[in-house]
Write a protein that binds this ligand. Sequence first.
Ligand SMILES: Cc1cc2nc3c(=O)[nH]c(=O)nc-3n(C[C@H](O)[C@H](O)[C@H](O)COP(=O)(O)OP(=O)(O)OC[C@H]3O[C@@H](n4cnc5c(N)ncnc54)[C@H](O)[C@@H]3O)c2cc1C
Length: 796
Amino acid sequence: MSPSTGSGENGVSVVRKMLREVLVGHEDPEGFFAMCVSVLGHHDTWSQFLTIIRPLSTAHVALHCRLTAIYDEYFTHIEDDELHVAMTLSLLESEKAIKSPPNSCKDSSSHSQRPALKPENISAGPNQPLQKGNDKGSGQSSPSPKNDDTHPDSAVDQEKAKCSRKRRQKCKVAGQQVVGLPVSPSSQPPVLLWFRRDLRLCDNPAIIGALEVGAPVLPVFIWAPDEEEGPGTTVAVGGACKFWLHQALPCLRTSLERIGSSLVFLRAGSPSGSSLQTLRQLLQETGARTVVANALYEPWLKERDDEILSALSKDGVDVRVHHSYCLRDPFSVSTVGVGLRGIGSVSHFMSCCKQNPGAPLGTPLDPPLELAKMPRRKDGSIIDWAANIRKSWDFSEEGAHAQLEGFLQDGVYRYEKESGRADSPNTSGLSPYLHFGQLSPRWLLWDAKGAKCRPPKFQRKLAWRDLAYWQLTLFPDLPWESLRPPYKALRWSSDRSHLKAWQRGRTGFPLVDAAMRQLWLSGWMNNYMRHVVASFLIAYLHLPWQEGYCWFQDTLVDADVAIDAMMWQNGGMCGLDHWNFVMHPVDAALTCDPCGTFVRQWCPELAELPDELIHKPWKCPASMLRRAGVVLGETYPKRIITDLEERRTQSLKDVAQVRQQFGQYVDKSSGCDLVPMPPRLVSEALGLSNGDAVSRGKWFLLPLITRMEFKHQLEEPDSEAASNPYNAVLKGYVSRKRDETIRAERGAQRRERMDTNYRRMEGLTQPRQPKGRARRTPTAKDKFSVVPGGVVNSLR
Ligand SMILES: Cc1cc2nc3c(=O)[nH]c(=O)nc-3n(C[C@H](O)[C@H](O)[C@H](O)COP(=O)(O)OP(=O)(O)OC[C@H]3O[C@@H](n4cnc5c(N)ncnc54)[C@H](O)[C@@H]3O)c2cc1C
């Protein structure tokens, strides 16, 4: 995508005027489109042209269709053009290489000389029935019309289908032979393009890097589940993520096939086979001397990649690693010049990036991978737990771009104020595509900046994503070990029935249940609801945050070790940042689902309850429940806990207790928690170049952002949550007072008290109290008006 010319509003009005010329027949559609590109530039034409011509869609349908077709042709053509040419050339070269070798593949003697990969581990794919990637309608595992060669629409399609069938057959042969390919000394050795979490063609530096070598390119995906998991409990690729991969890989293969290439799927052989061994074998089989990939940043994956790089380099292989998963390579972000104050917050992180910019970054799948193996019942029937996930998403790169387009046309304008609504889709829904690299963050940022409202809050979200990866590189234990030492000793509940009720959406709190069922059924929920269910698990059920993390990792289609771990650590009160709020499981609904639409969607058994009581069915009179067909404990569960206030108090007391017990981790002057600093930060803070020097024997403690209610509770360990002036519970749009306001008020009260005492001691008269009614702080008992947005703005 080329940068916009910045022609802005003027350019658009010029184009609108030109459009009139087309309508009166003074200009033809092609000429108009060409002028549009020259006035608006490539990017603005791409983003605004369809909006400009939209008014034609009713009165001038034919012209509208013509212009849309020109637009479609132009952009699909341009985006795929370079890749197409390059990939086709590379395929042709590759085919030549396959046809030309003096020792044909059929030559079993030469074949047997090399250690061939096991055939059952190889799949170039097309021999398998493909699953429809975007079958939003049926939910059935049906062969994809997109990929089903037997149903072409027209003669042209039939011809195309034939060609593509032939091509696929060739690819299949190529794919299978390639792995056992005897190398012709005269042909140029191919390049292995190693796809990992960058399952896209668009804005993919590894693809460009591979093509730049100027040799045939062999795209490959290696499934190595053991390597994905870190040393602790990471659940790096949970069930939902596996299912996403299972759908997304064939989509990538189809995209590659469209430009004349293909994708080889390999499973790192068990039990001891590794990606390195698989790559070595593949290099040997194909004669490739270059491997190109995009970097991954989970510390254990980085370590593995470093080992691969050094081992292959020793073998004389050229390994080239590009960056594209985050906007910044997290290993290059430094605190130098910024310091450590506020670490963990996104503002601190963004300052670090600004100060130290570093290098900007620039069908069912083949059974052998067994990514989406569904469990079976005793009678042999399959439990298709992913049926709804399949219906909810388009797993392809095209799906990612359609989702982005839809968001930029619509949701982005509500994002700043209403991204917390559960009852309407106001967020981008791009997280799984970003996770699997089907959309590059750079592309997304660029497009978001192009939106008319230039959404600052949305852009910050990408900084949050980078922050998570930076934190994981600093603290590789992030997914399983509480960062703040005292909190490791927190008393957590071990009530498995509570955990199960939370996981299955059967807690008896409709808002929590609706969100947890949405997660189970669609593999996703929005950020606001993730805060609600996490607050419930931690602050009210007292279950360890790691349980929430593991469940999310297994059920989210966007499950991301770095982001998930950072968010659960923060929610679990022990991360680098503290969420400065706790979402109330009932009152949070006042903001995010005021009319109960979201609850009705996911808990249909409550649908007939009135709006005012749908979030608290236990308050409904028996007659109302009867009329609505609700029997608590039967059609809908009774609440698993009822003493919310007491549970909150207990949670605060537990925190105060461990902070008291491990006083060495509490800063005496500020009351903030202290955490041991990782060597990299110590080195940066001390201006040392070698992190090792500080990791041996010495450790430094760093004060962290700490919730005011915890500081206060430490001063008064036995007080109730409700009487804590900094009580962090958020009740719908009636947000609690900010800490600064409370601090200022408390300061003023203290000063007033001292003044009164002083006057009393000196025998002076007391000043008159001001007349009039004092302003009252709203409470949860007040009647709420429905204000969309509200407190949502304060959540990240
Ligand atoms: C307890 C908890 C667990 C979470 N686990 C994950 C997870 O496993 N994977 C995941 O991608 N997000 C996670 N998030 C962050 C956030 O909820 C999701 O990214 C967001 O809901 C995805 O929806 P969206 O794409 O519509 O987001 P949008 O609001 O449209 O944001 C756009 C993108 O920015 C990034 N982003 C948004 N919020 C955050 C955040 N707080 N931290 C880091 N990056 C962010 C995501 O990549 C997201 O796709 C978690 C949040 C919480 C509270």
